[in-house]
Write a protein that binds this ligand. Structure first.
Ligand SMILES: [Zn+2]
Length: 652
């Protein structure tokens, strides 16, 4: 861009709007010119556009911002709705799968919106009139900004980068394929030779396998079956699993010897051949194509941390390591071993024995949830009651119940929020032909936490530009908060009795710690895999498999071996998120830390009232949100201190 022309426009605009506007004019022109491309017009057109569209009258600015806010809500909200509805056949259990389902689900009507806003020059109006902010500004002076300033910061930030629709569509396409792969990755446990699982038991990797391991503690023959499942996971991570036993019940599989049979003799079978890592590589390559369009955030890691989470990667790593290498980690591990009365095994990272549910019989719970929720509709009808039991006022519970639609899902379940005030959030949950299982219920309550957050932060917020929470770690916090109450909601545990018992409270804290400890290593592994892919952009799926196995072993030996005493496990690599969700896993441990801080804050306060207040803060920067929500920035200190105190209480 010819700076002489910019100077001339600046002079003309200062003459028209006055000297007091010079700084705004200078900055606005710079923001505009930096993003204006040859295809948007020549320099004369840029100059004419700036002269026509620069505003200095406060009322004109305010009305323009308000109109942009409404227009974006309409564009995003309707595109979100269309995406959800054309993709439903792929994700909902509404009949036989047809080949067209995947094609429809891969359509992305939202992919063009930002391009169109640039082409139609709407984006340039925002860039010319409202200031871009840096992460440092948002984390610093952002603490003193008004709601309007935050909304404007979010408005213009959207146009900081110009990502072509083709790149976005490619990301959506490969992510959708990877999701379909993991959503259909079932293991028929009844076909695991000599393991003694119920004939019909079919478990999805990794969620179902992991939760089955959790459910087998304290059951007769449980240890052997847990070991078998852990072995299945290892074979999936290493891709030694025979291709033909994935999502297929025809073959019997001897996991230890890795042989299969179809009635006749045992024989070896071709392995899955790195399909898992092929998907991860295509996600990586699609994300990599976006790199040139984010000058300030040149890798997917930069975008995932500094841009999307607004917490720099180094700070996240430090938070996770503070948990993984804490003194209490070894002490809690030693306590787990004492409670199990045996040396720890790698899968004991999933030890659920600090939770009250561990004392309950899961089969009995299955019977209960199946009877109560034979269909997704039955769960829908029960929403107001469930929300009331969680502490929401009757009117609020009804309001929420009307804005959350329960759908039967093919996968484990997820929450799909709305993007305009009048649309509804969707809760996708797995309900088998026999009704909802307890695990499904537990997940559904987690998703309900997401949905409630989504409704408050979309439909009840002052500025839709601030819709949502600071990052996905925060929405996970509310989901965990709900999930922790699942047994009370089934009438299986009295919250009051739990709180009154000091020991119970201590156990709950230890459970929080153990869950955070477990997933923190997965998150670090996820981060290391992404760094490895960036360092080896031409890797083959087989090389990525080898690297993942090696990185998993290293993460294990560094963070888990000292506490558990077992070496060389690769179990943290089983997480399906690593394959399909591009660095999502750090949000879980961050979510646990945030949850813990929020829980501490909620002690003696009403969940219903406080959750609504917090969700209506919207998408501020994380630390700013935390300060306004609970009075302190994000930290692992409260969890570590409470864990130490809990250990002390149990030792007494
Ligand atoms: Zn979640």
């Amino acid at each position: 861009m010819d700076t002489k022309i910019l100077l001339r426009v600046e002079r003309a605009l200062v003459a028209k709007h006055g000297e007091a506007q010079r700084d705004r004019i200078h900055r606005g022109l710079r923001q505009l010119a930096d993003r204006w491309r040859a295809e948007d017009g020549d320099e004369r057109e840029l100059a004419a556009f700036a002269e026509q569209n620069f505003l200095s009258d406060p009322r004109a600015l305010e009305e323009t911002a308000r109109r942009l806010e409404y227009a974006l809500e309409m564009l995003d909200g309707h595109a979100n709705e269309v995406t959800r509805e054309v993709g439903r056949f792929q994700v909902l259990e509404e009949g036989t799968r047809r080949p067209v389902d995947g094609l429809l689900a891969a359509l992305s009507p939202a992919a063009h919106i930002n391009d169109d806003l640039f082409q139609g020059r709407v984006a340039f109006v925002a860039l010319l009139n409202f200031p871009l902010s840096s992460l440092e500004q948002r984390l610093g002076e952002g603490r003193r900004w008004t709601r309007e300033q935050w909304a404007l910061a979010r408005l213009v930030e959207r146009f900081e980068h110009r990502l072509p629709a083709a790149v976005k569509q490619e990301i959506d396409r490969v992510s959708s394929a990877a999701e379909a792969y993991i959503d259909g990755y079932n293991v028929f446990c009844g076909r695991l030779a000599g393991a003694g699982f119920p004939q019909k038991l079919k478990l999805i990797s990794h969620w179902g396998l992991r939760d089955e391991i959790r459910g087998l503690y304290g059951r007769r023959g449980g240890l052997r079956r847990q070991q078998t499942l852990a072995r299945v996971m290892e074979r999936i991570v290493r891709q030694e699993i025979p291709a033909e036993v994935v999502n297929d019940a025809r073959l019997e599989w001897d996991v230890e010897k890795n042989l299969v049979r179809a009635g006749g003799g045992w024989q070896s079978a071709p392995r899955e051949k790195d399909v898992r890592y092929g998907h991860l590589l295509s996600v990586f390559r699609a994300m990599q194509k976006a790199d040139p369009y984010f000058p300030g955030y040149p890798t997917h890691m930069d975008r995932a941390f500094a841009r999307q989470r607004e917490i720099p990667e180094a700070r996240v790593r430090a938070l996770l390591e503070s948990v993984l290498t804490s003194d209490v980690a070894r002490q809690v591990a030693a306590l787990v071993a004492r409670r199990l009365k045996r040396p720890l095994q790698a899968f004991d990272l999933w030890y659920p024995g600090f939770r009250p549910s561990a004392e309950l019989d899961e089969r009995a719970l299955d019977a209960l949830t199946r009877e109560r929720y034979p269909t997704a509709q039955a769960f829908q009808s029960d929403l107001p009651r469930l929300l009331g039991a969680l502490g929401f006022a009757e009117e609020t519970a009804r309001y929420l119940g009307e804005r959350i639609v329960v759908d039967p899902a093919r996968g484990a379940g997820h929450a799909y929020g709305a993007k305009r005030r009048d649309d509804k959030a969707h809760l996708r949950t797995r309900v088998s032909a026999q009704g909802m299982e307890y695990k499904g219920f537990n997940i559904a309550i987690h998703e309900l936490g997401h949905n409630v957050e989504q409704v408050f932060s979309m439909s009840r917020i002052d500025h839709t530009l601030l819709e949502g929470v600071p990052n996905t770690g925060f929405t996970e916090a509310f989901a965990f908060l709900f999930q922790a109450h699942d047994l009370e909601l089934l009438g299986q545990a009295s919250g009051a009795a739990q709180e009154s018992s000091e020991e119970r409270a201590a156990l709950r804290t230890l459970d929080r710690f153990w869950s955070t400890f477990e997933i923190a290593g997965v998150a670090i592994l996820d981060m290391e895999i992404w760094h490895w892919m960036y360092a080896h952009p031409d890797a083959t799926p087989a090389q990525l498999r080898q690297a993942t196995v090696e990185l998993a072993r290293r993460v294990w030996n560094r963070y888990y071996a000292p506490a558990l005493g077992v070496r060389d496990s690769v179990l943290p690599a089983i997480y399906s998120h690593i394959v399909a969700y591009g660095l999502y896993t750090p949000d879980y441990p961050l979510g646990y830390l945030i949850t813990f801080q929020i829980e501490q804050h909620l002690k003696g306060r009403s969940l219903g009232v406080e959750m609504e207040r917090m969700c209506r803060l919207g998408r501020l920067a994380p630390d700013v949100w935390m300060e306004q929500a609970v009075g302190k920035p994000l930290s692992s200190e409260p969890l570590l201190a409470a864990t130490s105190a809990a250990l002390g209480k149990l030792a007494r």
